[in-house]
Design a protein around this ligand. Structure first.
Ligand code: OGA
Ligand code: MN
Length: 277
């Protein structure tokens, strides 16, 4: 019985390690427990054998409905699976700064099921930051100050025609005409856990609604410096077959770029989300 061996161990900082599960043969109860761990801890980590595309798609669908990412290159035969890839000769990686995916969408993707396929000999870890814990640790004054605020999020500066990636050797990620923007509360209540989370991020948040740009930037910088404290973070080391299922509403992530000259390939499936409040 798989359910007899399942163990979910909360990690310091952020996330939970799931042990005793085979992603390709999980029971419904195990899937429910993994989803609950993702909602509660922001990210769940699994180690196992590399899944076939079909098996990864089947596993992801049991966690939540799949949505196709508009920016990342797709695997040849499976539009559901995006390739998060860095070639030996490329120097810029994908996601190499603190961010949460899709905050520029009106209904941001719920999260991702990211599986390592090829890992570099050393390095290539991913850092995760717990936005529930970051929110909880704010002062009462700061909580009161940000409670009514909304922030503006955009994608053009990252994925658009004259974007950050366009200036690098990852122009393959840039040049898009479809570059949405959205407004979300600075503090959201997670629809699955009922907990409050800080929902601004250094990559896609561009300002605070109703504040002068300088004032909004200063407030965002203060919130970012707070959330960047290592006490809210976990560092995940991948092996081929390792899976992270993260929740964009409750975490940030940061892909380390410390394996120059080596190849890294991840298969990512994006899970659909809804409006935030
Ligand atoms: C992503 C991402 C991190 C990594 O897929 O959204 O940021 O470690 N990836 O590859
Ligand atoms: Mn990302």
């Amino acid at each position: 019985m798989h359910t007899d061996t399942l163990a979910i161990r909360p990690l310091e900082g952020c996330g939970a390690l799931v042990e005793g599960i085979d992603a390709a043969r999980a029971t419904d109860a195990e899937i429910d427990a993994v989803r609950a761990a993702v909602y509660d801890r922001g990210v769940a980590f699994l180690h196992g054998a590399v899944l076939t595309p079909e098996a990864q798609i089947a596993f992801a669908k049991r966690i939540g409905p799949i949505v196709v990412n508009r920016y990342f290159p797709k695997t040849e035969r499976y539009p559901e699976i995006a390739k998060v890839e860095k070639a030996e000769a490329q120097t810029t990686n994908i996601g190499g700064g603190w961010h949460t995916d899709h905050s520029y969408d009106t209904c941001p993707a719920m999260g991702s099921v990211l599986m390592a396929v090829v890992t570099p000999p050393t390095g290539g870890d991913t850092l995760f930051a717990n936005m529930y814990a970051a929110y909880d640790a704010l002062s009462d004054e700061m909580k009161a100050k940000i409670a009514p605020l909304k922030a503006h999020h955009a994608s053009a500066h990252v994925f658009g025609e004259a974007s950050v990636y366009a200036q690098t050797d990852r122009a393959d990620l840039a040049g898009h005409k479809d570059t949405p923007e959205a407004i979300h509360p600075v503090v959201i209540t997670h629809p699955g856990s009922g907990k409050k989370a800080l929902y601004v991020n250094p990559s896609f948040t561009t300002g605070i609604v109703g504040m002068a740009p300088d004032e909004g930037r200063a407030l965002l910088m203060e919130l970012y410096a707070h959330a960047m404290q290592p006490r809210f973070h976990t560092r995940f080391s991948w092996a081929p077959g390792s899976i992270a299922i993260w929740d964009n509403r409750a975490t940030w992530h940061f892909a380390m770029n410390d394996y120059q000259g080596h190849y890294r390939l991840m298969h990512r499936i994006t899970l659909d989300g809804g409006p935030l409040s």
